[in-house]
Write a protein that binds this ligand. Structure first.
Ligand code: FAD
Length: 417
């Protein structure tokens, strides 16, 4: 089949790779000048199948914890909400209720685990090298936080996933640079989680995909798509529409316009987050792997010669304005745990990105209209879920039963609600 993919973020690139491996003639259309320039540019980089299986999405805490205010609110308002935003917030709130969350969570955990297995297999097959830090330590400042995480640990034990409640001393042995001055009640060690550089991986995979015949066209903004056989799309500056057997929309948080033009009402919204990346000043003072500060839902990761600290969740607003208080918190959390790890005198990258979120925290994956497919809305787990989602999408396009159950991810699930 002749297939167009709109968007070259981590989801578009992995989708291109998987579709090309099925022998399709694939073209990726990307408005920016390179791959992974938007949400996939500088996320925390966690690939945390165990954390997801236990608690959901790091940084977007879910399952009964859906407040919009207070110091520890998992998500904040970036602007005054209009009617549409209020509708999204209401759905998000409802999806976080325990009975719904259990099913969502199981689906998310399956996809995260499948995706990680495929990532590991891909790395083993291709021997590619990129920034990866093994292991994940979740730090709990108080006993109250420890108690709150216990049900998640039990879920890990029930599922036979590696994860251990460890003492503060043990946490300090795993991460020797942890500051002794910050109170630490205990930690959870998730040895199979890891942090990897999603942008680096996207760029490497883009080159691999190109070698297997995928055409990447940068600087191509898709204005609209039309369903049909063939399906067509219009590109800014081109007089005639292009025709394809299938079009896959992987345009992340910006997909709303294309969806509306197709008449598809998907409640996709950007939830903004921030990261700060800086050169390691002294390796002995830097983290070895991934560390999550449970109280603040801030993730600190080691990206090769850099340290990255990421967090914050803002609903509404734009990615042009930076919330100083959130950035301050990121610097503070890094200072609390790893003082002296990073060099802030030059080369610091402060970044704000848009997590493409659907209110039930699951992606939309599958056919949306004749000739139109969706692989989008991966929220705070886009990197962690991308490879499994891309494989699932390729199976669906081939008319095959996917290896894992993707039932709850259909784009139609919002139609009746
Ligand atoms: C602070 C922060 C921390 C995060 N941490 C993690 C983490 O630890 N682990 C994890 O798994 N995920 C994390 N995420 C989430 C993850 O970054 C996203 O889910 C993921 O990058 C989304 O990928 P995507 O390909 O769907 O979107 P994007 O990377 O945004 O790609 C979409 C692409 O489509 C292009 N596009 C849009 N519209 C058009 C158009 N009309 N025509 C042509 N091209 C178009 C865009 O230019 C863009 O390149 C984090 C996000 C943030 C903000």
């Amino acid at each position: 089949m002749k297939i167009a993919i709109v968007g070259a973020g981590i989801v578009g690139v992995t989708t291109a790779w998987e579709l090309a491996s099925e022998g399709h003639e694939v073209t990726v259309l990307e408005q920016r000048g390179a791959a992974a320039e938007e949400a996939s540019f500088a996320p925390a980089g966690l690939v945390p199948p165990a954390y997801i299986a236990a608690w959901g999405t790091p940084g977007l805490h879910r399952g009964g914890s859906s407040r919009w205010w207070g110091t520890n609110a998992p998500i904040r308002l970036g602007s005054f909400p209009g009617t549409q935003a209020l509708g999204w917030m209401w759905r998000w709130q409802r999806a976080g209720q325990p009975e719904r969350w259990t099913a969502t969570h199981a689906q998310l955990a399956r996809l995260a685990s499948y995706s990680h297995q495929r990532l590991l297999a891909f790395i083993a097959d291709t021997q590619i090298e990129f920034d990866r830090s093994p292991g994940h330590v979740v730090l709990m400042r108080t006993e109250k936080e420890q108690r709150r995480l216990q049900p998640g640990l039990q879920r890990l034990r029930d599922a036979g996933i590696a994860g251990r409640d460890i003492s503060a001393d043990e946490a300090r042995r795993l991460e020797p640079a942890l500051s002794p001055d910050t109170p630490l009640a205990g930690a959870i060690h998730l040895p199979d989680d890891e942090a990897c550089n999603s942008r680096q991986f996207a760029l490497i995979l883009k080159n691999e995909a190109q070698r297997s015949g995928v055409q990447f066209e940068f600087g191509r903004r898709v204005l609209s798509c039309e369903a049909g056989r063939p399906a067509t799309l219009r590109i800014e500056g081109e007089a005639t529409a292009r025709s394809y057997d299938a079009i896959v929309l992987c345009a992340g948080a910006a997909c709303g316009l294309l969806l509306r033009a197709l008449g598809l009402q998907l409640p996709l919204a950007p939830v903004y987050g921030y990261s700060v990346s800086a050169q390691v000043r002294e390796p002995l003072n830097a983290p070895r792997g991934a560390v999550t500060d449970e109280r603040h839902q801030v993730v600190i990761t080691r990206m090769g010669q850099r340290v990255r600290v990421a967090g914050g969740a803002e609903f509404g607003g734009t990615n042009q304005t930076h919330r100083a208080a959130t950035l301050r918190q990121l610097y503070q959390v890094l200072q609390d745990w790893f003082p002296g790890a990073a060099q802030f005198s030059a080369g610091v990258q402060e970044w704000k990105g848009a997590r493409p979120c659907l209110p039930d925290d699951l992606p939309a994956l599958g056919a949306a209209a004749p000739g139109i497919w969706l692989n989008l809305g991966h929220g705070g787990n886009g990197w962690a879920l991308s490879i499994g989602s891309a494989r699932g999408l390729a199976d669906l396009v081939a008319g095959r039963e996917p290896e894992i159950d993707l039932g709850g991810l259909s784009p139609q699930r919002f139609a009746s609600r």
